[in-house]
Write a protein that binds this ligand. Structure first.
Ligand SMILES: [Zn+2]
Length: 79
């Protein structure tokens, strides 16, 4: 996990301070690259509600869906 790299990427993508738009897919790619999301191919839902991609996916999973799992510390709510 590389939070420093992730932060740099987010600044790059955001075009701060002009203010840009971070694309969801760019965000996902950066999160995978920096180890915040772990892709895993699933053929049935892993039932990890709210913590992964496939619980939000309602299509046919028989051909495989890439489920992105959040790294553990992201599952703890901000206080
Ligand atoms: Zn899943």
């Amino acid at each position: 996990m590389d939070l420093e790299k992730f932060a740099k990427k987010m600044f790059e993508l955001s075009d701060w301070p002009e203010g840009g738009d971070i694309d969801g897919l760019d965000f996902q790619e950066a999160a995978v690259e920096c180890g915040l999301l772990t892709p895993e191919t699933r053929y049935e839902c892993c039932s990890m509600h709210g913590t992964c991609f496939c619980t939000e996916y309602h299509g046919d999973m028989s051909e495989g869906v890439t489920c992105y799992r959040k790294v553990q510390f992201l599952l703890t709510p901000n206080v």
